[in-house]
Design a protein. Structure first.
Length: 457
């Protein structure tokens, strides 16, 4: 892959002009200027990347695969708890396995086309059909963490018993399904699929189940992901029930550490951040979702300064309403500058690292993913600059973060195999996926009954 600008995100914060990335099988063999790589590339297929940026695959650390079908469905004037109680759970609660699979396929299609090569799914309810979703991941070529929903209560933070019965799962059944899905899918698809524990938010998991999950994660060498400190109601819950803050709550249940990925973390204190940093715990920052739901602004620049590993997440269809990590980078960097009134508090380099290296570290895969370095997996994205929005060809990092979007992604490679070439997804039938998504949304609306989506806003 030669020509254009290579941004390896290898820790050196360098940009290589007239660069080249050489791939052998599923690994990166060399990265450097074309003149240096060319003597070692005899007989290789040459992909022309002039007028392009070559960068590592983007890693979305907080995804709701099942919510892609709900894009544009929910009103835009709701805070989190009524948004969940009155809308999102109402729709998710009528899903069957075919709805779950159709939503996952739509989400994966969008992620691939916009440069996401790996993701962490927060939690899959049994009704969505874990097997069907795992099969969709396998066939698409994307790399993903699939987390089984874990819960045994019906609340959300200080609100008791608000979850509809259709969304409630039995704790023992959740554990059994996690074990079975881990046996069936963990490490499958050539190592592209991992199975984690996806805990429901505080108020939906008992103390006993928290302790059991911490022990299970150790026994199965699995990661844990959850929503933490997303809204002020979460903070009130931690204080009222446990007399502590977010980090103290997680510490009580042995849930701080590497491959522990907590979404949002809007209301962390400096004490929380220091505990996260000391234990290698990851925050998945979801700026678009936090803005749309009015949840607050996570102090990400402070987290980075204190050494917290912060990844980036697009969240879900009704809260973002996009799975485009390039757009999300811009949201993240601008939001911190306005939060602090200091444009120097965070940089384009910081958010690109959040979307790549930090995401790989969150998954426990920094040795193989997250940067363009010899020996790492060949997960590579090519962004075309041949667009008025990205002209003139000035600083490629600035163009990528502040001017580009996923619509400018030309090629995507995962495990050394192109899954997107010239904007066409090679592993999925795009028209079929889009048609199925529209069909299944109507199917869901019919099951919910009596809703005109043109009148929800």
């Amino acid at each position: 892959m030669r020509g254009g600008f290579v941004i390896p995100v290898d820790g050196s914060r360098r940009i290589i002009r007239d660069g080249c990335v050489m791939v052998e099988d599923d690994r990166i063999a060399m990265v450097g200027e074309w003149e240096a790589v060319q003597p070692h590339a005899a007989g290789a297929e040459v992909v022309d990347c002039r007028d392009c940026i070559i960068l590592p695959g983007l890693i979305d650390t907080h995804v709701h695969l099942a919510q892609a079908l709900l894009r544009g469905v929910v009103p835009d004037n709701l805070t989190l708890i009524p948004w969940l109680r009155d809308w999102v759970w109402r729709f998710l609660g009528v899903y069957d396995r075919e709805d779950g699979r159709a939503s996952a396929q739509l989400c994966i299609l969008e992620m691939l086309k916009t440069g996401t090569t790996a993701f962490i799914e927060i939690h899959l309810h049994s009704r969505y059909g874990f097997d069907g979703i795992a099969e969709a991941v396998e066939k698409s070529g994307i790399r993903g963490v699939l987390s089984k929903t874990i819960m045994d209560m019906k609340g959300y933070a200080v609100e008791d018993n608000i979850m509809p019965q259709s969304m409630v799962e039995d704790g023992d059944a959740c554990i059994r399904e996690f074990k079975e899905m881990h046996r069936r899918w963990n490490g499958k698809a050539g190592g592209r699929i991992d199975v984690w524990l996806g805990l429901r938010s505080a108020g939906a998991v008992s103390d006993e189940l928290y302790y059991e999950c911490a022990a299970l994660a150790k026994e199965y060498d699995a990661g844990i992901t959850n929503h933490v400190a997303e809204v002020k109601e979460d903070i009130a819950y931690y204080r009222e029930r446990y007399g502590t803050g977010p980090a103290g709550f997680l510490e009580k249940f042995n849930m701080l550490g590497e491959r522990r990925v907590y979404a949002h973390c809007v209301w962390l204190t400096e004490e929380d951040m220091r505990k996260f940093a000391a234990t290698g715990t990851t925050v998945s920052h979801c700026p678009s979702s936090n803005m749309k739901l009015g949840s607050g602004i996570a102090p990400v620049s402070d987290m980075l300064r204190l050494g917290v590993n912060v990844g980036l997440g697009c969240d879900g269809g009704p809260s973002n309403d996009s799975y485009d990590m390039i757009r999300e980078m811009k949201m993240a960097v601008l939001l911190q500058k306005v939060r602090t009134l200091d444009p120097g508090c965070i940089s384009a380099w910081d958010v690109l690292e959040m979307a790549t290296r930090n995401g790989a570290r969150a998954m426990g895969k920094l040795k193989t993913l997250g940067s363009l370095e010899a020996g790492k997996k060949a997960d590579i994205v090519v962004v075309s600059l041949r667009n008025p929005t990205l002209t003139p060809y000035s600083n490629p990092l600035s163009l990528l973060v502040y001017a580009a979007s996923g619509e400018h992604v030309r090629d995507v490679m995962i495990d050394g195999r192109f899954v997107v070439r010239d904007r066409e997804v090679l592993t999925m039938d795009e028209e079929e996926v889009r048609n199925r998504a529209n069909k299944h949304l109507q199917r869901i609306l019919d099951k919910v009954g009596g809703l005109d989506l043109t009148k929800t806003i």
